[in-house]
Design a protein around this ligand. Structure first.
Ligand code: SAH
Length: 248
């Protein structure tokens, strides 16, 4: 059981698998006013950078679940590197339906809300692990500018314009689910560059090391097309942020 291999290739050198810089991750951790010992759950935790750095900087304890064997392994190594292996645990597996026995102060799903079948379902899932007064974190894309055509939406990697909302509508949608938005940290275009452009050098190096791999043609095609596609579409139209929610 694992994620499609193309992600493991293009994001093998990423510590953060979303358009957040280390500085934004730190800003978010500070914004949440985390207490030492706070329990944090992270579904689709990737390489564990959020839990590991917050354990180091704020003394949280954490549980991360991720379907990628590689990313889970990287998360465990990162915990050791930062000296927090006794505070965070990483579980390799499907996070769909995952509920903690001991309720969390913060329950997060950052850039992986398909785990609960979309933002609403993921919020419902996370709420099952949340203590009263706790905070849910949801990392989601939104339209920075509404695409003028369906072609532009597809250029951004979306199925259609209807896949995402503009920011005011996204914030209002959390309200309709019965949640207050109590904080947010948004990615800017430089943060997007760190996520997307970092894949290009990884792909280039991978191609040099693996010219005969069965994925080589696919990776070559992506590397050829991605910079111009990204600059024309994703960078201009797609926003991304992490939203902190508390039930009303
Ligand atoms: N939250 C992390 C990773 C976001 S990328 C970060 O911000 O860095 C999306 C992650 O979801 C990937 O690490 C992928 O392996 C994981 N994933 C995809 N489907 C999953 C599932 N069903 N259960 C758990 N993790 C999943």
């Amino acid at each position: 059981m694992d994620i499609p291999r193309i992600f493991t290739i293009t994001e093998s050198a990423h510590r953060i698998h979303d358009p957040f810089s280390p500085a934004k991750l730190a800003t978010l951790g500070a914004a949440l006013r985390l207490e030492p010992g706070a329990r944090v759950l992270d579904l689709g935790c990737g390489s564990g950078e959020m839990l590991c750095t917050w354990a180091r900087d704020h003394g949280i304890v954490g549980t991360g679940v991720d379907l990628s064997e590689l990313f889970t392994r990287q998360a465990k190594l990162r915990a050791e590197e930062l000296g927090v292996a006794d505070r965070v645990r990483f579980i390799h597996g499907d996070a769909a339906g995952f509920v903690l026995d001991e309720k969390a102060d913060v329950a997060a799903c950052v850039g992986a809300t398909w785990i609960g079948g979309g933002a609403a379902g993921t919020i419902e899932l996370l709420a099952q692990s949340l203590r009263g007064g706790g905070i849910i974190l949801i990392g989601e894309p939104f339209w920075r500018q509404l695409p003028p055509t369906e072609e532009v939406a597809k250029g951004c990697g979306a199925g259609s314009v209807a896949d995402f909302l503009v920011l005011p509508e996204l914030l209002a949608s959390f309200g309709r689910l019965g949640y207050d938005v109590v904080e947010m940290v948004l990615a800017d275009q430089d943060d997007w560059d760190r996520y997307e452009a970092a894949k290009w050098l990884t792909m280039r190096r991978w191609l040099e090391a693996n010219p005969d791999d069965e994925f080589a043609a696919e990776v070559r095609a992506q590397l050829t097309a991605e910079p111009a596609r990204y600059a024309a579409f994703t960078r201009e139209y797609l926003g991304w942020g992490v939203f902190a929610l508390m039930p009303r």
